[in-house]
Design a protein around this ligand. Sequence first.
Ligand code: SAH
Length: 471
Amino acid sequence: MLSVVGIGPGSLDLLTERARARISSADIIMGNERYIGLIRDIIPSGAEVITGKMGTEVERAKKAVELGKRKNVVVVSGGDPGIYGMAGLLIEVLGDSHTDAELEIIPGITAASVSAALLGAPLSNDFAVVSLSDLLVPWSEIEEKLEELAKMEIVVVIYNPRSKTRTVQLEKAYEIFMRFRDGKTIIGIVTNAEREGCEIEISTLEDLPDFYHCIDMSTTIIIGSSKTENLGGRMVTRRGYDRKYDYDRGDTVIQGHENGDYVEAGKRVWEKSRAIVEDIISKYSGSFSEHERRVAEKVVFANADPSLLDLLVFKHNPVERGIERIKDGKTIITDIEMVKAGINGRYRKRVKCFVNDPRTKEIAEKENLTRTAAGIRLAKELIQDNIVVVGNSPSACMELFALIEQDIKPALIVATPVGFINASEAKEKVMSCGRPCIVVKGARGGTPSAVAIINEIINLSMEEEGVSRND
Ligand code: SAH
């Protein structure tokens, strides 16, 4: 009879009774040295012990199958034998034609359960388990899984995080999670759970590198979701009871919690879209500065259109110039009211649009200009050293270019007018004028792009000044 037995994390009181019974009636016990060491005290004196090193598992499995035909053979596996353990390999070696009587599988407490219990209750909701070992699986496959999981609202347990020679895998996993999840996400790190030298840490995702030096092949890492918290030194993932029940009043349903669900759902959709956009940008081959990347993300996000990346042009350090000018409280002049209406409410009092000014109509009639071009001409004195955002009108762009030729110098131009007539030419002119500018080239663009660009510059300047967006 052949049994593959999970011995749990190491502490003998976490061994199941069935596992203990099989071990005590074994003629032969096989396993790697480490696991044999953990159960040494309960190995029957008459039993033969066959140890093997890591990397000799196939050989050991074949031998176990052979010996199992005549004797009681127990193959020990750490934790659970079916989770990155020997059970699968034994079935593979036995092949298609074996019977249940030839192999018995006895489960054990896996590292995820034992680590979770030591940390608190981080696995109270859906979770996934990934091994970072690329000895048997190509790294590209592991990376793909990590990316998909990092984007999801799910707790991720990491096995085999780091060995003496395999160190970059954890660093890469860290980068992936930082790309898609908030740096403040709660994480748990457990080394040698229920064994000598047990260490338990609760920290945040962004600080994971501080623990690299104490992470090895005896460590399990649990990366929380947005529902995971550190409550009184314990890591817990809320399952949703808090949304449904008011704990202080007993198990009464909180009225109207569905509204909360809508807010939650909205947040999740937003987070998912943001993750998709970040992924798109990270794969984009063009070169952006860090701040330009932030602006580009918002343009792709606003339009749900990655192809705009190839049309976005940043000239003469425009994002930095814009941030400086916003911090100085400079005026923004827009071509149409819709662009003005889209600008961050906290800056809108510094936004001016002259398209509906009575003087604009007069100028337009007298000079044979479009209303939007006349609006820009009326703003002539104001444009010097301020910011101009043209989201709609090619003729406003043309007028702006004419003013620049008269030596008026805007501090920053955002130009994304749309149209088949003149838009492309007007934007080429802006790009050649020598002023800091952000342009969506060609016929495309529009108000959403203009607003996305200027609002992200406003956000960046607020961030630099330490103002929270929610203040
Ligand atoms: N079959 C085992 C897993 C084998 S893979 C099980 O079910 O637990 C080996 C990985 O498991 C280790 O690299 C580590 O990530 C995790 N692990 C195993 N024992 C552990 C322990 N006592 N404490 C923390 N992590 C452990």
